[in-house]
Design a protein around this ligand. Structure first.
Ligand SMILES: [Zn+2]
Length: 234
C-alpha cells in the first residue's frame, strides 16, 4: 500500500518529535555527568575532612600536653621561689603567680579532655565515613556504566529514527516536500499537526468538512489558520 501524504506527515511528525526528545536527553547528558561528578567531589571532601579533623585533634592534644608540661614546670618553679621569698610582698606576688599557673593548668587539662573526647568520637565515626565514601565511589562508577549504556541506546534509537524519517520523507511528492521543508525549518517538529475531529491540534482552529474529506483522501492540506501540514490524528 502506498502511503498517502497525510499518513507520511503523521509518521514524520511522530519521528521528528521522538528525535527532538532524544536530542534533549543527549543534551542533558553533560549536565547530569557534571552534577554526579560534583556530588562525588563533595563526598571526597567530606571524607578527607573527617580524617583531617582527626589529625588536627591529635595535634591539638599534643600541643596542649606541651603547654601543660610548661605550666607544671612554671608552677614548680613558683612554688620553689615561694619558699625562698625574702619579703611578705614577694611572698604574696608568688602566691598570685601560683594561683594563675594552677588556673592555666586546670584550663589546659580541661581542653585536653574535651579534645580527647572529640577525638574518640571522630575516630569511632571513621569506619562509617569510609563506608560512605566507598559507597559514593561505587555509585559513581555504576552511574558511569549506566550513562554509557543509556547513551548507546539513545544513539541507536536516534540512528534508527533518522533512517525511518529519511525513508518516510522520500515518499513525499517534490512539491509537497519543498513546503514541508519550509515548515520544518520554521517550526521544527511543530511544523506538522494532527487533526482531531476537525480541530487542528496546533492552533485548535477547525478546518472545513471539505478540507477534512480531502485530508482523508490523502491530499496535502495546510491548516488555514496556522499553516501547519495536517494529517488525520483521530
Ligand atoms: Zn492550525
Amino acid at each position: 500500500m502506498i502511503a498517502t501524504v497525510p499518513a507520511t506527515l503523521q509518521q514524520a511528525h511522530r519521528l521528528r518529535k521522538h528525535l527532538r526528545e532524544l536530542q534533549s536527553e543527549i543534551d542533558l547528558g553533560p549536565r547530569v555527568a557534571k552534577s554526579q561528578l560534583a556530588h562525588l567531589a563533595a563526598e571526597e571532601l567530606a571524607h578527607k575532612t573527617a580524617y583531617d579533623s582527626v589529625g588536627k585533634l591529635k595535634l591539638k592534644i599534643r600541643d596542649e600536653e606541651g603547654n601543660l608540661k610548661q605550666h607544671n614546670a612554671q608552677l614548680a618553679k613558683f612554688e620553689k621561689q615561694l619558699n625562698e621569698a625574702g619579703s611578705p610582698k614577694e611572698y604574696e606576688g608568688k602566691q598570685s603567680e601560683i594561683r594563675q599557673a594552677k588556673e592555666k593548668i586546670g584550663l589546659t587539662e580541661e581542653a585536653i579532655l574535651v579534645a580527647m573526647e572529640e577525638l574518640e568520637n571522630r575516630t569511632n565515626a571513621l569506619p562509617a565515613d569510609d563506608k560512605r565514601w566507598a559507597e559514593a565511589q561505587a555509585n559513581f562508577a555504576q552511574q558511569q556504566v549506566d550513562a554509557k549504556e543509556r547513551m548507546e541506546r539513545i544513539l541507536d534509537d536516534q540512528r534508527l529514527a533518522q533512517e525511518q524519517l529519511a525513508h518516510a520523507e522520500t515518499k513525499l511528492p517534490a512539491d509537497v516536500k519543498s513546503q514541508y521543508d519550509r515548515l520544518i525549518t520554521r517550526y521544527g517538529p511543530d511544523g506538522l499537526a494532527g487533526v482531531n475531529g476537525r480541530s487542528c491540534q496546533q492552533c485548535r482552529t477547525s478546518i472545513t468538512e471539505q478540507q477534512k474529506a480531502e485530508l482523508i483522501n490523502g491530499k496535502y492540506i495546510c491548516c488555514p489558520n496556522c499553516g501547519r501540514g495536517l494529517y488525520v490524528a483521530v
